[in-house]
Design a protein around this ligand. Structure first.
Ligand SMILES: [Zn+2]
Ligand SMILES: [Zn+2]
Length: 288
């Protein structure tokens, strides 16, 4: 899985763009939030907007959603035919904009509350902002792989037997019963969580437990009472990461008030040392 940090700012645009994150996994592309300018940044940097399969919006503040109507209209202009999944409370907004701008998508938009296929699951979780908001958990499903090393050691080479074990069936081999659970290794799927805008809160901590990458609101340094605005400081974000036992923390939604944001990473690392401050257009690769 790869995560592209398209816009790592928040509120008003600064030299960091407005929130948008692209998660790519084996041809399936998920866009998390779509601030103004998202499509322009993507097009200018060779990220294919037509390849987006699903868009998940965290809440209806302008900085997270105003890039969406224009992105969809461009997909229409390029004659997209594939269905687009959308999670988030944006149906009324989009229909209103489409109506007022004489646009009708030439492809199907399916509004869903969550998404699941054979390989991937995307589910919302409650966040704590000043308006209705939700974060998203993107999870690869666990995979069962056959333990070839063990089979070889025991002299089992017959592919018909291996296939049966892989399918979860018991097999008789040389008069001995083989149980599939003895020959299957579970490969844990990668998990990513994105909060959108949120103050530090238990709902987030409980929902993002142990994820491989947490992308968390880190709007302010500790000079501001972030909670009052439904946001987090970098220390809040690092505290959530620590308490939830995540593997890595990306600090995003950085306020434009900080001219040199590098200090944010240093401060976050005091609480959670596996914190990093991604720049716009940087990316992060998660391997099995
Ligand atoms: Zn925001
Ligand atoms: Zn907001």
């Amino acid at each position: 899985m790869e995560v592209y940090f398209i816009g790592t700012g928040g509120g008003a645009p600064s030299k960091r763009g407005l929130p948008a994150f692209l998660v790519r996994r084996q041809g399936f592309n998920v866009l998390l939030d779509c601030g103004e300018g998202t499509q322009i940044t993507m097009i200018n940097h060779g990220l294919n907007i037509m390849a987006i399969n699903l868009i998940a919006i965290t809440h209806l503040h302008a900085d997270h959603v105003l890039g969406l109507p224009s992105l969809i209209q461009t997909m229409g202009m390029y004659s997209r035919k594939e269905k687009l999944y959308i999670i988030g409370d944006v149906k009324d907004l989009l229909n209103k904009v489409f109506e007022e701008t004489y646009f009708e998508p030439p492809f199907k938009i399916e509004y869903v509350d969550s998404y699941e296929d054979n390989e991937l699951k995307i589910t919302p979780f409650k966040t704590c902002h000043v308006v209705k908001s939700q974060g998203y958990l993107i999870e690869e499903k666990d995979k069962k792989n056959i333990d070839i090393e063990k089979l070889t050691k025991e002299g089992i080479k017959d592919w018909r037997i291996i296939r049966q074990l892989k399918a979860g069936k018991e097999v008789i081999f040389n008069g001995r019963k083989l149980y599939p659970e003895d020959y299957l290794i579970t490969k844990k799927g990668i998990r990513i969580a994105y909060t959108g805008d949120t103050a530090i809160c238990d709902s987030v901590i409980n929902s993002v437990k142990g994820v491989d990458l947490l992308i968390h609101d880190s709007t302010f340094l500790d000079d501001i009472n972030a909670k009052e605005y439904g946001h987090s400081t970098v220390t809040d974000a690092a505290t959530v990461a620590k308490e939830a036992g995540v593997k890595r923390l990306a600090l995003v939604h950085i306020s434009g008030r900080y001219k040199d944001a590098k200090i944010m990473e240093e401060i976050a690392k005091r609480t959670f040392w596996k914190s990093f401050l991604p720049d716009d257009l940087s990316y992060y690769i998660l391997k099995d």
